[in-house]
Design a protein around this ligand. Structure first.
Ligand code: NAD
Ligand code: DAU
Length: 340
């Protein structure tokens, strides 16, 4: 492994992963290949933009010619695929791009990896592929995939395609399925940056339904460490769950944000719930622990640390929230306030 193509590397987790790899390894070259959708942001990569081991190419993973070109030009041996449409609420409004990128785009990358004989293909997947998990149970990697939103279905389809390339063509693949990531550079449509930046401006926090839904909030750098471990020590053809093993109700997460920022609880507003909202995700992480990995941050530490990052990095999020985001916010939440 020497020349790594990080697709979707200008997004939240992808950019954290690029920064992590360049810091850890001296001898890896990283090419970020990203379409720069509304969620892609080169500000996320400013810290590495002058690094001679890093290059950026703007492109779509659904474009087979451009994908093969970038692989050949940079003598890529490994693909790590983060590229996806990632917001569940947007997938409910308009699923089209989710299916294009998550299904067809994954196929394009796999086909390029097969045709050009790459050393490794790694797929970044999600705990949402398992669907809603009843209390008392945690998903293991061999569980049936049971996605319930267009986003989750696009990710589950990607996993199935990856698996099919392993079985049919012997392509050297691995998959990681992460729980909710939080940390620097997350687009402020997602709950943690949305609530933190609203709270900083004294605006209401739109909590869906009763706010008792359970998520495993993990710090993004912990997730990056685990992906790196699977890339180096994971078994080919296998999937690995990456989470914390610790659940948190959304309301608890909100209270930590407000307390960290010294803002009052009356900013909490319960609004109409998300359609088909998965109430609980929970991952069994014994398999990744077996490779020697433990998360460094507890969910509570991760939430507080993340809230502080947004408090201290207004330069990053203010311009996003003042741009096209406003139109999305009105569309997604306008009617919800009336039903609050
Ligand atoms: P993000 O929305 O912040 O970034 C996605 C990136 O992909 C953006 O830079 C975007 O420009 C790029 N992209 C989208 N379509 C593309 C296309 N057709 N071609 C090339 N680039 C394209 O997403 P994220 O939160 O960083 O998630 C990254 C990956 O991790 C996704 O595959 C997601 O499903 C998965 N994941 C996310 C989480 C989470 O909590 N955020 C948890 C588990 C797994
Ligand atoms: O679980 C992993 C997944 O986590 C990733 O695969 C997705 O890409 C990522 O977006 C995330 O999905 P969620 O739907 O869990 O994340 P989101 O930040 O949208 O919501 C987290 C929880 O907060 C969820 O229970 C819904 C709730 N929520 C969200 C928003 C945006 C609210 O109560 N109000 C909100 O305004």
């Amino acid at each position: 492994m020497k020349n790594i193509l990080v697709t979707g590397g200008a997004g939240f987790i992808g950019s954290n992963f690029v920064i992590y790899l360049l810091d850890k390894y001296d001898d890896y070259n990283i090419v970020v290949y990203d379409k720069l959708t509304y969620a892609g942001n080169l500000d996320n990569l400013l810290d590495v933009s002058d690094d001679p081991r890093y290059a950026f190419v703007r492109g779509d993973i659904c474009d087979p010619v451009a994908v093969e070109e970038v692989i050949q030009q940079y003598e890529i041996d490994t693909i790590v695929n983060f590229a996806a449409e990632t917001h569940v609420d947007r997938s409910i409004m308009n699923p089209d791009a989710f299916i294009q990128t998550g299904v067809y785009g994954t196929y394009v990358l796999l086909e390029a990896a097969r045709r050009l004989g790459l050393e490794r293909y790694h797929q970044i997947s999600t705990d949402e592929v398992y669907g809603h998990i009843p209390s008392g149970y945690s998903s293991v990697e061999t569980d049936k995939l049971d996605p319930r939103s267009p986003y989750a279905a696009s990710k589950a389809s990607g996993d199935l395609l990856v698996n099919s390339y392993f079985i049919t063509y012997d392509l050297p693949v691995t998959i990681t399925r992460g729980s909710n990531n939080i940390g620097p550079y997350q687009y402020p449509e997602k709950v943690l940056p949305l609530f933190t930046t609203n709270a900083l401006d004294g605006l209401p926090l739109p909590v869906y339904g009763d706010g008792r839904q359970m998520r495993e909030y993990q710090y993004v750098v912990d997730h990056c460490e685990a992906i790196d471990l699977v890339l180096h020590k994971g078994q080919l053809g296998e999937a690995y769950n990456i989470g914390t093993g610790v659940e948190m109700e959304n309301l608890e997460m909100v209270e930590i944000i407000l307390d960290t920022l010294g803002q009052p609880r009356d900013l909490i507003h319960h609004v109409k719930d998300r359609e088909g909202h998965d109430r609980r995700y929970s991952l069994n992480i014994d398999k990744i622990r077996g490779l020697g990995w433990e998360p460094t941050h507890s969910p509570a530490e991760a939430v507080a640390k993340t809230a502080r990052w947004y408090r201290d990095n207004e330069w990053w999020w203010r311009k996003i929230k003042e741009g096209d985001f406003k139109e999305y916010y009105e569309k997604q939440y306008g009617h919800r306030w009336q039903n609050a």
